[in-house]
Design a protein around this ligand. Structure first.
Ligand SMILES: NC(=O)c1ccc[n+]([C@@H]2O[C@H](COP(=O)([O-])OP(=O)(O)OC[C@H]3O[C@@H](n4cnc5c(N)ncnc54)[C@H](OP(=O)(O)O)[C@@H]3O)[C@@H](O)[C@H]2O)c1
Length: 304
């Protein structure tokens, strides 16, 4: 029996995400790879090497025709890239064009109408494409756009063992902000935590060794127990004196080294944000008020 011809995929912007998806789809026999277009030919050729198929080009007009187009350039360039792509698409609307931004709706590709337009956001960090090849399965992909296009891409992502979630365009910004809070800001918190350890004279290797088990345990507890039961520490215990001493120490650090003012600002802001959660987790009203006053007090006025 003859293998049916695979639909072809062209990639504009085969960076971390683009090259990972293209390689996985190629290896799983979901798409044949057509053109690969980055800004420089060297970068396109490097992506081609990673994907293992396709033609590296550095000009959009050098791309071959394709059934499906992935625009995986940085978010701010998606709409402009769609405008450049539009004249290269068939006028009968047969093509499917999609981007992978979490924040933008499919409509960012409006210039490519009448093609089917979809946004497909994998809730995954493509920090290292090689690792993502193994770690993407199991991730959720949030899809939104033209129904026929969404259905086709659901099949493509199911073939990579991903889950799919349908969104409306109105849901996209807050949906994506939720991921930024839990994922990107977790990394920021980790960096601020390491700055605080460094201020105590503890080097980052030692700090990371110390943090790895408890950070991973906390992440697991959030999912297994829920945030109310996962919250531990001085704030939820109502140890107002301890919280005040920590805030004072961070403010003294910020005064000494103004480039390290983030730890005290974040401690104060997250402390305030934690109070309703801590209250639900059993913090007394008296302690809640004392902590609220502490977090709202001016700098240098945080003595217990
Ligand atoms: N990274 C993630 O974890 C992640 C997760 C979910 C969704 N996304 C989404 O995926 C998309 C791509 O993100 P990324 O992290 O993969 O970006 P990236 O690693 O920075 O790659 C962007 C690629 O776009 C190319 N490019 C930039 N401008 C271009 C242009 N005008 N024409 C052709 N190619 C161009 C760059 O080429 P050069 O190499 O030549 O500069 C680069 O290869 C974004 O929409 C992002 O929101 C990313």
């Amino acid at each position: 029996m003859q293998t049916p011809e695979l639909p072809t995929l062209n990639i504009i912007g085969a960076g971390r995400l683009g090259r990972t998806l293209a390689r996985l789809w190629y290896r799983r026999g979901v798409f044949a790879i057509g053109g690969i277009c980055n800004r420089s030919i060297e970068s396109s050729a490097s992506a081609r090497g990673f994907i293992g198929a396709g033609n590296a080009v550095d000009k959009l007009h050098a791309m071959p025709p394709a059934d499906v187009w992935l625009i995986a350039v940085p978010d701010d360039q998606i709409a402009a890239t769609a405008e450049i792509l539009a004249p290269h698409l068939p006028a009968n609307g047969q093509a499917l064009v999609f981007h992978c931004s979490g924040a933008l709706p499919a409509n960012a590709l409006a210039a490519c109408t009448p093609a089917l337009l979809v946004s497909a956001h994998p809730v995954h960090s493509f920090a290292d494409p090689q690792r993502s090849l193994d770690e993407l399965p199991g991730a959720t992909v949030a899809l939104e756009g033209d129904e026929a296009g969404v259905t086709r891409l659901q099949h493509a992502f199911h073939a990579l063992d991903c889950h799919c979630l349908s969104l409306t365009p109105e849901q996209k910004v807050l949906y994506h902000t939720g991921s930024v809070m839990a994922c990107n800001y977790l990394t920021v918190l980790m960096d601020i935590s390491l700055q605080t350890f460094a201020a105590a004279g503890i080097d980052s290797e030692t700090a990371k060794q110390l943090l790895a088990p408890i950070v991973l345990q906390t992440a697991r507890n959030n999912f297994a127990l829920g945030t109310e039961r996962a919250l531990t520490g001085p704030l939820v215990r109502g140890d107002v004196g301890t919280v005040a001493r920590q805030l004072q120490a961070l403010e003294a650090l910020a005064q000494r080294e103004p480039e390290h003012s983030a730890p005290s600002e974040v401690y104060r802001t997250l402390g305030k944000a934690a109070l309703p959660l801590a209250k639900r987790a059993g913090l007394s009203e008296t302690a809640r008020r004392q902590l609220a006053a502490l977090f709202s007090a001016h700098r240098n006025d945080t003595a217990p």
